[in-house]
Design a binder for this molecule. Structure first.
Ligand SMILES: Nc1ncnc2c1ncn2[C@@H]1O[C@H](COP(=O)(O)OP(=O)(O)OP(=O)(O)O)[C@@H](O)[C@H]1O
Ligand SMILES: [Mg+2]
Length: 243
């Protein structure tokens, strides 16, 4: 379980997180929504210590992330897979090299074993046989799927997805959503997904949380979110489904 309690973060004068509290149950998918610039990425990055909150607590299982030493942060981070906003792949590396990077850097596995694991993850995301291609030769949807394979390569217990479907057409978005649900269930991982896309949020979330003005203003089931009387939520649901 991941437990976020009263997290504050500001950059200079700009207050971004002003007391965020949220729990993400083990083995479930939590979706975080909110307007552009409201701090969703900052929150995700805080969970793995890439952003240091000014105060508050973020517990990953037994470990406290806020104020943790570098060495402990590296250990905690190993339990996470990340699909960053933009899913930047290294253009100069092949698909297989991109996906296998963490295995080369953090394990002593043989080249053959790495090759096998990369192939296995490419199968998981439905892209068998593209090991030797370069990112520039792939469509946006394929790049996202390669990013997902890379996020899964260390067999993480937790996976963070930052806008996994942004910029994709509805058919490809749907395919990515199904892939996220499928891998999450099959591998039993705990997933946190940041998205603007309400269809995705309703489709994949066991739980939805909404950030507004630096705080979580809603936390509950997709059904409760859909029928919430909170003006901020109503506006977001309507806007998201229309646009
Ligand atoms: N390293 C940083 N230094 C200064 N300001 C930052 C930094 N990181 C984020 N911010 C600011 O924090 C605010 C929240 O940014 P964040 O990226 O979390 O938004 P977001 O909710 O993910 O938005 P989007 O939906 O557009 O991705 C923004 O105003 C951003 O400019
Ligand atoms: Mg963001």
């Amino acid at each position: 379980m991941i437990t976020i309690h009263d997290v504050h973060k500001r950059f200079g004068e700009k207050r971004v997180l002003e007391g965020v509290s949220l729990t993400i149950p083990e083995g479930k998918t939590a979706v975080i929504v909110g307007c552009s610039g409201c701090g969703k990425t900052v929150l995700l990055r805080s969970i793995i210590g890439l952003v240091s909150p000014d105060s508050g607590s973020i517990r990953v299982g037994e470990d406290e992330v806020v104020g943790a030493e570098r060495r402990d942060l590296f250990r905690i981070r190993r339990r996470f897979g990340m699909l960053f906003q933009g899913a930047a792949l290294f253009d100069s590396l092949t698909v297989a090299e991109n996906i296998g990077l963490a295995l080369r850097e953090h394990t002593r596995l043989s080249r053959q074993e790495i090759r096998n694991r990369v192939r296995e993850k490419l199968e998981v995301v439905g892209l068998s046989g593209i090991e030797d291609r370069k990112p520039a030769e792939l469509s946006g949807g394929m790049r996202k799927r390669v990013g997902l394979a890379r996020a899964l390569i260390m067999d993480p217990r937790y996976v963070l997805f930052d806008e996994p479907t942004t910029g994709l057409d509805p058919v490809m978005s749907d395919a990515i959503n199904r892939l996220i649900i499928g891998t999450q269930r099959r591998l039993g991982i705990t997933a946190i997904v940041v998205t603007h896309d309400m269809t995705s949020a309703f489709g994949i979330g066991d739980k939805i949380a909404m950030i507004s003005d630096g705080r979580i203003v809603f936390e509950g089931t997709p059904e409760a979110f859909r029928t919430s009387a909170l003006p901020a939520v109503k506006q977001f649901v309507r806007g998201g489904l229309d646009g």
